[in-house]
Ligand binder design. Structure first.
Ligand code: C2E
Ligand code: CA
Ligand code: CA
Length: 440
């Protein structure tokens, strides 16, 4: 089967076969093949708000609009859930970018769906084929550009970075520098507590990586995680993080007899998720430090899970069999279908902080957070709110029966030694988050 039944477009398999053929043939003189990957932003709100049938209707309209907006000779496909591809000949990257801009406009026009009018936005990643390109590389670069477009706020297009700068010395230097940082111990972990909203007690921590750069000082992950992903160094970096986080759990257990075991959450990137050695690496870290698997939670972003849900499901099942816990991170920013939510062996749903930011000021955000919490509970998951900054947000979350919360309201991420006060149990009648306790 080479076509998608909903939209009639080529499906992923059909598209990759077509792409292989197109790359084997030379493009016309003065023309280059360009690939646009078009991904719908916040599509989940359509599925949750209007139902699956309306979601399908939206996808059909998107498919028609893409087809109508591009040259008749362009190959158009639906790669996965809400990801579409356009392969066409362009004079240069600039022309591909203009077509992407037209698509952004065509797709943002209101659509009549399920008896109402809705507006959606998309993010687009563009890559331009070289004479020696293969399908994997071309798709990989467009996917990396799409990732940038999402990171930079969505509803925009990004062209692969190699269009702007060749993989020159500075790129190589950067790679060498990050590799040394991983090997020479320049990385460190900060931890942010997660609070149980019923008991008011600290429930565990999320480990967040930092780079203590010799010249630039302490760097946040935004300064290097993308580069680590593009350069492949995310695998050794991710392995370092898991080992260091589990080592810290073990150190906390050792340092105070009788202290209850500490739960730890660690972020796993999409690339780690498709690494066949992930299972072995997690097992080794737990065994090396003698930590029970149930005390470790792996956080995987919704976008990483939905990029290839079938492969993700396989990996999650393998990880789940180890006994570790699994969380969907940044929930609401990707496009999980309810079917996958039901099938993924997930324990926690972490509601993206963009929705918590508007929880008390925007009725739509309030409705989204409320439905995420209900959805979590209906499917036996723990609901976690991240990015809680204000007392009003905490109160709203308590009223909505959210289970756990983390955010600057309690504390910013801190080093292990600064976290010692968080191990002192709070008196039962004093919930963490009451104003007099903030800042401890
Ligand atoms: P994330 O997984 O969503 O992590 C939470 C981020 O939210 C952290 O940023 C944290 O400092 C920030 N945050 C916490 N509370 C608040 C709040 O109340 N308000 C606001 N505005 N922000 C808050 P950080 O440490 O800069 O990490 C950013 C992202 O980098 C993380 O987002 C995660 O996606 C990634 N990251 C961090 N550590 C790792 C890692 O070890 N491996 C991988 N693959 N990614 C990591
Ligand atoms: Ca996280
Ligand atoms: Ca998150």
């Amino acid at each position: 089967m080479t076509h998608d039944s909903l939209t009639g477009l080529l499906n992923r398999g059909g598209f990759l076969a077509e792409l292989q053929l197109c790359l084997a043939k030379r493009a016309g003189r003065k023309q280059r093949r360009g690939l646009l990957i078009v991904d719908l932003d916040f599509f989940r709100t359509v599925n949750v708000g209007l139902g699956i049938a309306a979601g399908d209707e939206t996808l059909s309209i998107v498919a028609q609009r893409i087809r109508a907006a591009v040259h008749p000779s362009a190959v158009v496909a639906r790669l996965s859930g809400v990801e579409f591809a356009v392969l066409a000949d362009f004079a240069d990257a600039g022309e591909a970018q203009s077509v992407a801009a037209e698509l952004l406009e065509a797709l943002s026009a209101p659509m009549a769906v399920g008896g109402t009018s809705i507006e959606i936005t998309v993010s687009i990643g563009v890559s331009m084929a070289s004479e020696t390109d293969n399908p994997d590389r071309l798709v990989g670069r467009a996917a990396a550009a799409l990732h940038q477009a999402k990171k930079r706020g969505r509803n925009r297009c990004e062209v692969e970075c190699s269009m702007h700068s060749d993989p020159d010395d500075s790129q190589l230097n950067r790679r060498g520098e990050l590799r040394r940082a991983i090997e020479d111990g320049e990385l460190c972990l900060f931890f942010q507590p997660q609070i149980d909203l019923v008991s008011g007690q600290m429930n565990g921590f999320e480990a967040l990586v930092r780079w203590d750069h010799p010249n630039k000082g302490l760097l946040a992950p935004s300064a290097f995680i993308d580069f680590a992903e593009e350069s492949g160094l995310i695998l050794p970096l991710g392995a370092w993080v898991i080992n260091a986080a589990v080592a810290q759990q073990a150190a906390w257990h050792r340092s105070a007899a009788g202290r209850p075991p500490v739960r730890m959450s660690v972020n796993i990137s999409a690339i780690q998720l498709s690494d066949p050695r992930l299972e072995e690496m997690v097992t080794e870290a737990l065994e090396r430090h003698g930590v029970a698997p149930g005390l470790l939670t792996l956080e995987i972003t919704e976008t990483a899970l939905t990029a290839d849900p079938v492969a993700a499901l396989r990996t999650l099942e393998i990880l789940k069999a180890l006994g570790v816990r699994l969380a969907i991170d940044d929930f609401g920013t990707g496009h999980s279908s309810l079917t996958y939510l039901k099938r993924f062996p997930i324990d926690e749903l972490k509601i993206d902080r963009s929705f918590i930011a508007g929880l008390t000021t925007d009725s739509k955000d309030h409705a989204i957070v409320a439905s995420c919490i209900q959805l979590a509970h209906a499917t036996n998951l723990i609901a976690v709110a991240e990015g809680v900054e204000m007392p009003a947000q905490l109160h709203a979350l308590t009223e909505l029966d959210c289970d756990l919360a983390q955010g600057y309201f309690y504390t910013r991420p801190m080093s292990a030694e600064d976290l010692e006060p968080w191990f002192i149990p709070r008196p039962d009648n004093m919930r963490l988050g009451e104003p007099q306790l903030v800042g401890q």
